[in-house]
Design a protein around this ligand. Structure first.
Ligand SMILES: *Cc1c(COP(=O)(O)O)cnc(C)c1O
Length: 416
């Protein structure tokens, strides 16, 4: 029989540090970090759809309004699924090991960002460009709290104690990197906090904590989900007070991940490592090929690439062109699977997606299938000649050949 835990007004909600962490790799813990939470003999985790859970049948164990000292502990009973639920607890347990810090999940990436600003309530946020939705969240907080945005460039000059540097890296839609360690130094000097939107650089590609991040956020909708079929957000931090507050706030904000989504999330993160490694390798090869074609090198389809593609944007290109060592160091696990390229004019960019067979024309990213987006469709601030590519797990040469036939069709149609 499960014992009700003792009441605790300020519960420490940090998952117990797992012994496996020191000795096993992310690819292994993704499969086994949640084994101790299995309540059945099923090998595949069961889906729990219940919103509510029975109390202990032992009257002596009924303690009014008690708080669990550790909602992630295997013997903590679930009470109501707006607080904790079996599927999301398993997912959070795995993600904590993979991301490297206690993690809470949310119903979407933007739900995580709004929970973050609810927690930190800064007066100023340094943010430049990146995912447009983050600016949408900040517009709500501007209305509610009067928070103001300043550019990243002005962070050092403008920020004070308790303010936030909101750094997305790699950044949407170029896939280029920003220097986490550099902004960590600025944040520290000003008493500000550094939060990293690491969505485009999922594990094992980069570890923002290793470079000084205070909180790491992911849109789990992208690489954690990986199959374009679930909305999810995550916040991770090693600060115990923040973690406890985030867990408590989430109960009242009510922005939890759904049971079905959390179940799909567990299924998905099992394969995170092999998906991301393949997607990263594919993107790197495609970018190398496009760059070689642009330089006039003798590669397959090189001539049509030179004719059609004006510029390629990706951290690998940024690293080569700038020669700065921190870029490769920060992306020590491989380059991001998302890149962009720019064509000669808007009409060409608008027409290209309809000529591709392996890339679906859609927004979002991170799924096993390759997507391309004429980015002006969802981001009005974006260059209308830009196409954003989210590379999937297909064979990269098939993706390359698909680009070649589409570039050739486009060149013939527009007389390029
Ligand atoms: C998609 C995305 C978000 C928002 O995530 P949702 O899950 O769609 O709410 C935030 N940041 C980045 C970098 C994203 O790509």
């Amino acid at each position: 029989m499960e014992a009700n835990p003792a009441p605790d007004a300020h519960p420490s909600t940090v998952p117990p540090s797992s012994a496996s962490k020191q000795t096993q790799h992310a690819q292994t813990v993704a499969l086994h970090a949640d084994t101790h939470l299995n309540t059945s003999t099923d090998v595949a985790p069961p889906m729990h759809t219940s919103t509510t859970f029975t109390y202990t049948s032992d009257p002596a164990g009924l303690i009014p309004a008690s708080h669990a000292p550790d909602p992630w502990a295997p013997d903590t009973p679930h009470v109501y699924s707006r607080e904790t639920a079996p599927n999301s607890t398993r997912l959070e347990t795995i993600l904590a090991e993979i991301i490297g810090a206690p993690t809470v999940t949310y119903g979407s990436g933007l739900a995580a960002i709004s929970a973050l600003y609810t927690l930190l309530n800064p007066k100023k946020v340094a943010i430049t460009g990146g995912y447009h939705g983050a600016h949408g969240v900040l517009a709500i907080f501007e209305r509610l709290t009067g928070v103001t945005k300043v550019s990243l460039e002005d962070a050092e000059k403008e920020l004070g104690k308790g303010d936030v540097i909101h750094l997305e890296t790699p950044v949407n839609p170029s896939g280029e990197c920003r220097d986490i360690a550099r902004y960590a130094k600025i944040a520290k000097a000003k008493g500000a906090l550094l939060i990293i939107d690491s969505t485009l650089g999922p594990p094992p590609l980069q570890d923002p904590f290793a470079h000084g991040a205070d909180i790491v956020m992911h849109s789990g909708t992208k690489y954690f989900g990986g199959h374009s079929d679930l909305l999810l957000g995550t916040l991770s931090t090693r600060n115990k007070e923040w973690m406890a507050q985030l867990a408590e706030d989430r109960t009242y904000l009510g922005n939890v991940a759904g049971n079905m989504e959390a179940w799909l999330g567990v299924r998905s993160v099992r394969t995170l490592g092999i998906r991301v490694e393949r997607q990263s390798a594919n993107a790197t090869k495609l970018v190398e090929w496009l760059e070689a074609g642009k330089r006039g090198e003798n590669v397959k389809g090189g001539a049509v690439v030179k004719k059609v593609v004006k510029q390629v944007l990706h951290a690998s290109v940024q690293s080569k062109e700038s020669g700065e060592a921190w870029i490769k160091e920060q992306m020590s696990g491989g380059w991001g699977p998302l890149f962009s390229f720019i064509l000669s004019d808007e009409e060409a960019a608008k027409r290209l997606p309809s000529k591709l067979k392996c890339f679906m024309h859609a927004t979002s990213l991170g799924g096993v299938e390759s997507l391309i987006e004429w980015r002006a469709m969802s981001d009005t601030t974006c260059d209308t000649k830009l196409l954003r590519v989210s590379v999937g797990i297909e064979n990269w040469e098939d993706l390359r050949d698909d680009f070649i036939q589409a570039f050739e069709a486009l060149a013939a149609e527009l007389g390029l």
